[in-house]
Structures are given as C-alpha cells and as structure tokens.
Design a protein around this ligand. Structure first.
Ligand code: AMP
Ligand code: MG
Length: 396
C-alpha cells in the first residue's frame, strides 16, 4: 500500500501529453480549459465615466452657481469641453468631459431655469477613470483557467469573442459486476442497481468531459478485456468501477494488462479508496475505481480530476481546510487515512454524519465534506483540529 501523496505523485509523473485544442466562441466555452493567456483588447472603462446621475464640474471650479450646458445619457458620445462656471448633467455610465474633477449627485443639487447650485456636495469624485480597471493588453484570464460565468463575462467585456480551449477530455465509463442491473424491473435476489455508472457519467459531464461510452459488464474476463480495448480506442480516460479488489471475481487488473497497459498504482492507504488502480500505456489512461459508490465519489475527485487537469493544463485540487471537531470521537484505529463524511455545524465545527461505510452514498448527501482522519487514531477530543476536504459538487 502506498500513501495518498505517493499515489498523486505517480499520477503526475505518468500522465504525459495534452488533448488537442480548438478555437470556439467565448459564449460556448463554459467548462473548457483555456489554452493561452487572454489579454484585453479594450480599456475598462473605455473613457472617464460618471458613476452617478449628477452634474460634472471642472477640477477646482469654485463657482457658486453653474450654468447647465447639456444633458448626456449613457451611450452618448458626451461633450468635448467644459468652461469654468458651467456644468453638464450626466447620467450613470455617461462620458464626462476632459478636466472634470467630480460629479455632484443629483440628490445634492437644486436646478432652476438652466442653472444649478449644490448643497454640501460630498467629497467623492464619482468618476470611474479610463482604464482604471483594465488597460489594453492586461492579462484577463490565464492559460489553464476553467471557463465559467465570470470568465465568460470578463472575456466578453474585454472584447474577446473567441478563445482557444482544450477539446473535451473523452471518458468511457464501465461499471463491472455480475450483481449490477440498470433497471429496477431487473432487480432480483442478489442484484443491486448500478449507481456508479450514473454517478460517473454525471460527474464527468459536470466537469466538462465527454462521455463517449457507458456500459455495464459482468465479471467475465474475455468480455472485460474486449470492452476495455474498445473503450481505449474511444476515450482519453477509461473509468472502470468494481472488480479491482482481491475477491475471487476481481478480473479487472488482468484485463488491464491484457490490453497492454502498465499498472502503476493498485493499493492506496485511504479509506475508502484502497483498491485504486491506475494504469497507462500507448493506448491511453485507465482508472480502476473501487466498487463502492462513496469510494468512486472520492477517488474521482482525488485522482481522475487531477488526470483531467494534466491532460488540459488545468490544475485541480480538492479544497482542503482546517476545522475543529464538534464532539469527542472514539473509533477503531485504522491503518489508513480515513475520509469521513461530515457536516459543518452552524458554529463552524465538523460533525461526522451517520455513515455505515463506503456503500452508503446516501450519507454523503447530508455531508458538507469529508473529515480526513489519519491512521492510528483511537480518540479525538471535542475541538481537535483536523483537515476537511470538499469538492465543488457540494455547492450545487
Ligand atoms: P467490487 O470492488 O467489485 O468487489 O465491489 C465492491 C462493492 O461495490 C460490492 O458490494 C459491489 O456490489 C459494489 N458495487 C460494485 N459496482 C457497483 C456499482 N456500479 N454500483 C453500486 N455498487 C457497486
Ligand atoms: Mg465486483
């Protein structure tokens, strides 16, 4: 058994190369990874503009009364020049003329017969200066960023309409096990629903992967080998669940070797996630994930998304933070790092949820993350500081 850290470094070492890139409209780029730094084509704001509805006056113009020489709304070109003793009424977003020192809010002005006086104008200038947010050529979003609503908004605002991005990483999902059925009407003695298939299909889809194949296979060595061979031709990453443990019918590791891949990882000292298999070869990358759904959920984030990152130039790390335990915890000391589904209380403390083990995916819905409890611990007092790991799904 190797440690989680060793497993991650093996993964980082063995994954080489990137998926190809393509240029697509920014508006269609959600979920994609940028292939190059993106630089602004515009200044933001593009001109000195008013931050308020009000009256623009020149810097150091001490007049008591100002003649109103015009009204400018947002979207109009504005006026070129202002004389001392005059003002132009400007709406929020409208350009202010050169030399303007401030915009006095409408609320502080009394206008009558084309003249305006100000009562206690506030010290604020209420002007957004040209290029104060972004100048032409500033880097807006870096290569390797995953495009989301904020990136789409910023890129569009900076005059960028197309971007070079990684093509979606193609994933094949293969659930293995004689006990698995996909329809409740096929449930019978000894059978269970295939929950890993839908879990992996949705996780991959959510992270921008293309699921090019999804199937359920019995524990049958020739069928497994054939299916993995086929999957490797259709996907960049093959995700197999089940069949990688030490049971009599765990044929997946043999099938992986039959397909010409080399297994780099087969046991990791985590609970869940011990029978984690990682293999690569000329034909592609394969993860053999443990059969139980909670293990699939954890290992997908801890390993598979990192691999997706390496293939696209993106960096994925589950979020890990320190938190204190709400109540004392007594447990059987384990020989592995345990991921314990836990919720965060209103007081900001961690409290493990009722959890029966790695088949109990239902428990994870009531959790906010996984407490990470090191091996060999029998008792943790209330207030003990631990690490907690969360994934983006929890902000669903
Ligand atoms: P295995 O790794 O094949 O020994 O499977 C470990 C446990 O996970 C067994 O109890 C399996 O029934 C269960 N399991 C395997 N695959 C799935 C799946 N696709 N959906 C739900 N449970 C599964
Ligand atoms: Mg099995």
């Amino acid at each position: 058994m190797i440690s989680l850290e060793t497993a991650i470094s093996i993964l980082q070492d063995k994954i080489r190369g990137r998926v190809p890139t393509e240029t697509i409209p920014v508006r269609e780029a959600a979920g994609r990874i940028l292939a190059a730094d993106q630089k602004s084509k515009v200044n933001l704001p593009p001109f000195d503009k008013s931050a308020m509805d009000g009256y623009a006056i020149l810097e150091d113009d001490p007049s008591e009364t100002y003649r109103v020489v015009g009204v400018v709304s947002a979207g109009e070109p504005g006026i070129d020049k202002l004389e001392p003793g005059t003002t132009v009424k400007v709406m929020t977003g409208a350009p202010v003329p050169p030399g303007v020192g401030k915009v006095v809010m409408i609320e502080q002005a009394v206008e009558k017969d084309g003249y305006v006086q100000f009562e206690k104008p506030s010290a604020s200038r209420h002007i957004c200066k040209k290029a104060e947010d972004i100048a032409v050529g500033d880097t807006i979003v870096k290569a390797g960023a995953r495009v989301g609503p904020l990136e789409i908004s910023n890129l569009t605002g900076c005059g960028i309409s197309t971007v070079e991005v990684s093509k979606p990483v193609r994933a094949a999902v293969i659930a293995t096990g004689d006990e698995l059925v996909d329809s409740p009407s096929d449930l019978g003695p000894g059978k269970i629903m295939n929950t890993n298939g839908p879990l992996l299909c949705e996780l991959t889809r959510r992270w921008g992967l293309d699921v090019t194949l999804s199937e359920v296979l019995p524990d049958d060595p020739p069928k497994l080998t054939k299916a993995i061979q086929n999957a490797l031709t259709r996907a960049d990453i093959v995700l197999v669940s089940g069949g990688v443990s030490v049971g009599d019918f765990d044929y997946v590791p043999d099938a992986i070797r039959q397909c010409g891949l080399e297994i780099h990882i087969s046991r990791v000292a985590t609970k869940p996630g011990k029978p984690l298999t990682f293999a690569t070869g000329e034909k592609g990358i394969l993860f053999g994930l443990p059969g139980n759904p909670v293990a699939v959920y954890v290992t997908f984030h801890v390993y598979v998304l990192r691999a997706v990152g390496l293939l696209t130039g993106w960096t994925y790390e589950p979020k890990v933070f320190k938190i204190r335990l709400a109540k004392e915890r007594r447990q059987k000391p384990g020989d592995r790092l345990a991921f314990v589904p836990s919720r965060i209380t209103a007081e900001g403390l961690a409290e493990p949820v009722v959890y029966h083990g790695s088949a109990h995916i239902n428990a994870v819905m009531g959790a906010d993350g996984f407490l990470m409890i090191p091996a060999g611990i029998e008792r943790l007092p209330a207030g003990a500081e631990l690490k907690m790991m969360t994934f983006e799904e929890w902000s669903r």
